[in-house]
Ligand binder design. Sequence first.
Ligand code: MSP
Length: 660
Amino acid sequence: MLEEKASAGETMNDRVFYVTTPIYYPSDKLHIGHAYTTVAADCMARYKRMRGYDVFFLTGSDEHGQKIERKAAERGMDPQSYVDKIVASFQQLWERLLITNNDFIRTTEPRHEKAVQALFQKLYEQGDIYKSYYEGLYCTPCEAFWLERQLVDGNCPDCGRPVEHVKEESYFFRLSKYQDRLLQYIEENPGFIQPASRRNEMINFIKSGLEDLCVSRTSFKWGVPVPFAPDHVVYVWFDALVNYLSALGWQDGDQRFDHYWPHAVHLMAKDIVRFHSVIWPIILMAAGLPLPRTIFGHGWLLLEGGKISKSKGNVVDPMILIDRYGVDAVRYYLLRELPYGADSYYSEDDLINRINTDLANDLGNLISRTLGMVKKYQGGVLAAPGPAEGPDGDLINCAREVKVELEQQLERMDFSSALAAIWKLVRRANRYVDETTPWVLARDPDQKERLATVLYNLSEAVRILTIWCSPFMPVFPERVFAQFGIADQPELHSWDSTEDWGRMPVNLRMEPGPGIFPRIMVESEAESQSEKEGKTAEKKPAKESKEKAPEEKPQITIDEFARLDLRVALVKSAEKIKGADRLLKLEVELGEETRTIVAGIAQHYTPESLVGKSVVVVANLAPVKLRGVTSYGMILAASEGEALGILTVDREVPPGSRVK
Ligand code: MSP
């Protein structure tokens, strides 16, 4: 829908995009469900900026209401101090997730309260808000009014929790008056509520009849006072929805309002689509303001046992996941995992699987293979390609087709399908390596040009893929561009530069660095690898391993042995890794550089006893991630049964000395 409009003869100046997330309740810390919506909005904002749009991206906090007032009271705090603390944690999370919001609106800010009061006053003066008496049911966690017939087993139909009976003098908003106009608008504008399933739900809901909405409360104080009746506070949803206007300076004569507002796209999960597609458009209609362009309701991220919620005790803290797996991996997982419009279950195993399969094996491997081959066969300087032949055309075509599909999927905000499209090219490029066998070409001097073509195509595929991935995963592209020698050429990082194949420059120096997406090893795997390598045998019962003769390994040549980069390393510091009984994290000095190495020796050595020791490490082992820590090497140790001893040198040699 968005693109249809943009491409239907709009000028560049109309390429404006205003994307919002819900403003979250600072009643608790945020979990990965909230992170999903904000990451999705961020992906969209980054993508649109890359496409040359003028983007305004808003998120914020919804700080009023009975729920917050009660939570603060339970902790003996005043509501403002209570929310200030939690809102600071929201902002920290968004910083860690590299969220590029242009503003953060808090409903307790004067700029917001002023807008709420002005709107309430206007609707009151024109007769759309009137005074009456409310007696009915209220769900405080959802801050929603319900009718008896709407309850499920006597509980809130949204969250399943008990509702309260409330009886208050209240102001009411004439939703019913606008019912037909709203229905007509939704029917005439199929892109207004997306996906289509949500739209149909809303049509049915509106057709079942809208009742006037209670928009003020008197039984608590923590809210925006009704301007003409200060013993009433404005209903928290009326208050909250206005954030989308107040952040743009509506009421302050701010030009940003006219500029961005008509391009608004509101992102949220399905739980609050009803508030956005019934109450919000009617408020805007009554105020004579244009409606947002799109209300998009994605599915839920669930945990075994249902929706993620603090009260169910099944919250997953995104900060911990970022510490463990990195920002790119967490963002990738969220955006890849939730199918368009549908729900999906979160599990850490699935997250690790995605990292190991899609990121480490598919994309990471393609990048490191390409760099490694350019280094090995061309001395690190990419040569000019020769004529296309064999599978070259198919690879280039695949890139062309994927670009079209990717853009279509992003326009409809189907992030998972967009990533699936990108991975078609990742897999095609990996297959291209197997088909063209560069290692065979490298042995034949007559194939030098063909080898150059193959390596060129692979480098170009990596460059294009990196650009396409950058709205989803904003960290790794910089490293790829640096390793490919194009860090200082921003024109080669732009979306437009992926339009035609062949923008990758030649004769630049490439510099392979540490792996971009290390594989995550789960602890049991790490232990079994250690056992395989003869490092520890802690899981084997002593008796059994005594009886068994050490496994015979095939003979190797001195050249094969020489492939191991064994070095002396000085242990500078050592510490335990939280949540891992067997692992220690060591910082070791290897000549010029200091590295982190994770070793499965915590049950044999205290961290203090290792500091100052000169140990022997395998320095050229592919990095792996263990419990969130990337290990760049392996400490050698001898073991038999319960006994384990690390290898040291018997007199002083400088750190970094080769072991041969
Ligand atoms: N304060 C209101 C929103 C007002 S907007 C004018 C609110 N806040 S909330 O903190 O409860 O956030 C709800 C939103 O958080 C959902 O609509 C969704 O965007 C996000 N999510 C919360 N849990 C989620 C999942 N388990 N899965 C996916 N999204 C989730 O409602």
